[in-house]
Design a protein around this ligand. Structure first.
Ligand SMILES: *Cc1c(COP(=O)(O)O)cnc(C)c1O
Length: 461
């Protein structure tokens, strides 16, 4: 490296630790981490390139959003083409072509009963819009008392205050308690560390508890909010077969709308474009939140989809004040919509999905399955291309390491030395790769996990 580029890199490093406040990051620790965390200046394929020339397989795919890898060619081209036309125009009172096309495309792809699309800029804002939408729906229906939400413990729906109110991850949310509206919460199925009777009964107990909560509080519930199939950031907790169907049926029975937060699990992550496609008997939620992979992760954009029943309750004269008074300056960003249209071409492609389901997902789980033999891997869990494993002190008693010793992060640092970018939540090490990951890269990832766990826990690989 030349002297000038070394100087430039040193000054980037200094400014990174001084001017830039990173999200969900203890900056005091970050600033003294050695070797210093990579500074990304480029990318190709599924790999990030740092300013010192090191390359990293991005097994966290830009935090679960770069579904098509770091440089999805067709998406980037669509953004450039859109830039040649215009970058931004509002959807307040006038319209624009990319938003119209994307709304129509999403309606076509989602099928019944999703007929209408409301755009926002992030997953949190999609959830926020969904909460306000269903509440206003009840207000127009003459039931303003229906203002409570039923949600799952350990769920994560974003960081704005409404999304935090329905979230249930204590570590992230406890500090803000006085600012939040109260939410009814039921513990989710959680097989490895069960809040219920034990591993095999947890689905049964957890579903029954949701049915009871719905029956008991139906009259005051605005909606039930759920991350379907897998609670992502709250611990990659998968739901047993039949659980969601029971919750949806109970909600239907008591006339409570169901909001699916597919921000993490949608857009191909579980092997189908929408996670709801995997529900039995054609069951569907009433409101659907999409974000993360929607643009292939290239630009921030989110969407809330809903039914004609919800939408039509907002129709009326100006005097009736049924307008949905919600939106952001950049709602339905033209560049984001153009990116999403291009990303959907690939994500909805039958061949792409078939390869994902029949080759990549099985290969990923085969690789992860082998990690179970390691002395400190307590649990490997998840679904589709969203997985994680817990590093524990003792697998027979499931005893954790003292959390402040950051064993999960030690695995991350050991993997970084081996040119793989990972993320851990506590001692849960994540495996959420781009859907474009190759079989060779899955194999490499498996090798790096083994070596990194061994290094972090001081055992043989
Ligand atoms: C990431 C995430 C969100 C929040 O999305 P942002 O774009 O980060 O605001 C909400 N719900 C789930 C399930 C998520 O994984």
């Amino acid at each position: 490296m030349s002297e000038t580029s070394t100087k430039k890199n040193d000054s980037l490093r200094v400014q990174d630790a001084s001017a830039l406040w990173h999200p969900f990051t203890q900056m005091a620790e970050y600033a003294r981490e050695t070797p210093a965390p990579p500074i990304i200046t480029g990318a190709e394929g599924n790999w990030l390139i740092a300013n010192d020339g090191q390359k990293y397989l991005d097994a966290n795919c830009g935090y679960w959003c770069l579904a098509l890898g770091c440089r999805p060619d067709a998406v980037e081209r669509a953004v450039k083409d859109q830039l040649d036309r215009f970058a931004h125009s509002t959807l307040l009172g006038i319209s624009h072509e990319p938003a119209i096309r994307l709304a129509a495309r999403l309606v076509e792809l989602a099928g019944d009963p999703f007929k209408h699309v409301f755009f926002a800029d992030s997953g949190s804002e999609a959830v926020e819009a969904a909460l306000k939408m269903v509440y206003q729906f009840h207000v127009h229906g003459g039931q303003p008392e229906r203002s409570d939400f039923l949600a799952l413990g350990d769920s994560y729906h974003g960081d704005t205050l409404g999304a935090v109110s329905v979230g249930g991850v204590d570590l992230f949310h406890a500090a803000f308690k006085p600012l939040l509206f109260p939410t009814r919460r039921v513990a989710p199925p959680r097989c490895y560390r069960c809040a219920w009777r034990g591993e095999h009964a947890c689905g049964e107990d957890a579903a029954a508890a949701m049915e009871n909560a719905l029956a008991e509080h139906a009259k005051t519930l605005a909606a039930v909010v759920i991350e379907p199939f897998v609670l992502g950031p709250g611990g990659v907790l998968q739901q047993p077969k039949g659980y969601l169907e029971r919750v949806i049926r109970a909600a239907r029975q008591h006339n409570v709308p169901v909001i699916f937060d597919e921000v993490a699990v949608g857009m191909g992550r579980l092997g189908t474009l929408f996670a709801f496609e995997q529900l039995a008997d054609g069951l569907r939620p009433d409101v659907l939140c999409l974000a993360k992979g929607l643009t292939g992760g290239v630009l921030p954009l989110s969407a809330v989809m809903t039914t004609s029943k919800v939408y039509e309750r907002f129709l009326g004269t100006i005097e009736q004040r049924r307008t949905f008074f919600h939106g952001h300056t950049f709602t339905g960003s033209a560049l984001g919509c153009a990116a999403a249209l291009a990303a959907l071409d690939t994500l909805s492609d039958a061949k792409f999905q078939k390869e994902l389901r029949e080759t990549k997902i099985p290969a990923l789980w085969k690789m992860l399955g082998k990690l179970c033999d390691l002395p400190h891997v307590g649990d490997v869990r998840g679904r589709g291309m969203m997985a994680a494993f817990e590093v524990v002190k003792d697998t027979s008693t499931r005893e954790d390491y003292p959390w402040h010793l950051r064993y999960g992060h030690r695995v991350v640092l050991a993997a970084r030395k081996r040119n793989v970018n990972l993320r851990a939540i506590g001692d849960l090490v994540l495996c959420v790769p781009p859907l474009t990951i190759t079989l060779e890269e899955i194999e490499l990832l498996g090798r790096v996990y083994r070596e990194s766990i061994a290094e972090a826990t001081g055992e043989k690989a």
